[in-house]
Design a protein around this ligand. Structure first.
Ligand code: ZN
Length: 235
């Protein structure tokens, strides 16, 4: 395998970076930059909260992003999903992956359904469709479990060749937990697809395909060192 572990492909970032300034069609670059601004405005950035990251460190950062306002915008969201699907199709063809299910992290279910639709339109039909997993906290430990209202006929995770679907990849904790969880059931994880992510170029998942529509970078701080909160406390 030639690619580096965890290397992520971000669609908008690719279009912006690979724009050739010598071409006169620099409208295309402007459009992608504008598209990124539009999405960033729609996705309201929530307040900081101290949360545990994947490595159980306490960090201060925006928490609980929601794609709902973007999804409600309808046409635009569907267009973004369609463009992303073109690239997912390319990655599937390049790696020879044979996905048969999308496993959505909670609210990412709407996003997963949209991808499923477009994959079908591009000739990639997933036998088991999409399925949802929810965060379950028991005894202070967070796990991911299949939504019991969401089982599919002949449910057999050992037959799944899955993409894990997340709407906003923030700490990566849900995805990381889900990957470990489904691998216990002999599910093969082909990749992680997130609509937006704050991880930028490298994702911490040991999977062949990592793909996102756009990066939404913001700073995170070890708990107690966040300037935003230091200012609030002192001022
Ligand atoms: Zn903070």
């Amino acid at each position: 395998m030639s690619k580096k572990d965890g290397e992520v492909f971000s669609v908008i970032e690719y279009y912006i970076k690979n724009h050739n300034p010598d071409y006169s069609c620099d409208q295309s670059l402007k459009n992608w930059i504008k598209c990124k601004e539009k999405i960033t405005q729609k996705i309201t950035i929530p307040d900081h909260t101290i949360i545990h990251d994947r490595n159980h460190k306490e960090i201060c950062r925006p928490y609980r992003f929601s794609l709902t306002p973007l999804e409600r915008s309808g046409e635009n969201f569907r267009y973004y999903c369609r463009v992303l699907t073109i690239w997912i199709k390319e990655k599937i063809e390049n790696t020879g992956a044979k996905p048969n299910i999308l496993i959505a992290m909670g609210g990412a279910n709407i996003f997963a359904k949209q991808l499923l639709l477009y994959l079908g339109q591009y000739g990639i039909f997933l036998e088991f469709g999409s399925i949802k997993m929810n965060r379950v906290v028991s005894g202070g430990e967070m796990t991911m479990e299949y939504d019991s209202n969401h089982y599919i006929p002949d449910f057999d995770p050992g037959k799944f060749n899955a993409f894990i679907i997340e709407d906003f990849l923030n700490t990566g904790l849900s995805v990381d937990t889900a990957i470990k969880r489904v691998r216990c059931d002999r599910t093969k994880v082909l990749g992680v697809i997130a609509f937006t992510n704050s991880y930028r170029k490298c994702w911490p998942f040991d999977v062949p395909i990592n793909i996102s529509f756009l990066e939404l970078p913001f700073e995170k701080f070890p708990a107690g060192t966040c300037p935003e909160h230091c200012q609030k406390i002192s001022g």
